[in-house]
Write a protein that binds this ligand. Structure first.
Ligand SMILES: [Zn+2]
Length: 64
């Protein structure tokens, strides 16, 4: 199981996204952030491509 914590991306939030694969966990976290932290998400993703965003998020993925 792969997990990625919202907290690790600087959010004041206890949400942890889980997935069978790295991509699944990242997609879930992105979805959550777009809904719950749209302003911060905009700052994090502005000017970046989908690939760059995934790369950035991948740094925080943990194996559980
Ligand atoms: Zn959150």
């Amino acid at each position: 199981m792969k997990t990625i914590a919202d907290k690790d991306l600087g959010m004041d939030c206890n949400f942890i996204a889980r997935g069978e694969t790295e991509n699944e966990a990242i997609d879930k976290l992105k979805e959550h952030m777009e809904t719950a932290h749209s302003e911060e998400m905009e700052k994090i993703t502005s000017g970046k491509s989908e690939d760059q965003i995934k790369k950035e998020f991948r740094k925080y993925v943990k194996e559980e």
